[in-house]
Design a protein around this ligand. Structure first.
Ligand SMILES: [Zn+2]
Length: 54
């Protein structure tokens, strides 16, 4: 395997990993919104924290 191909595999692996993390965060937030009693994002620390996550 050439160095270039090995590097490509590393980049793809890192991209997939960050995508998984974002998906997991979105699922966690969706589950929270079902239980959240706050009306506005700013009223809830959890919602605010999520909405400010890049
Ligand atoms: Zn909330």
């Amino acid at each position: 395997m050439s160095v270039l191909v090995a590097t490509a595999f590393l980049v793809i692996g890192a991209a997939l990993e960050s995508e998984m993390t974002r998906t997991q965060q979105a699922i966690t937030f969706l589950q929270h919104t079902v239980e959240c009693r706050h009306r506005f994002l700013d009223d809830c620390p959890d919602c605010t924290a999520f909405s400010r996550t890049p």
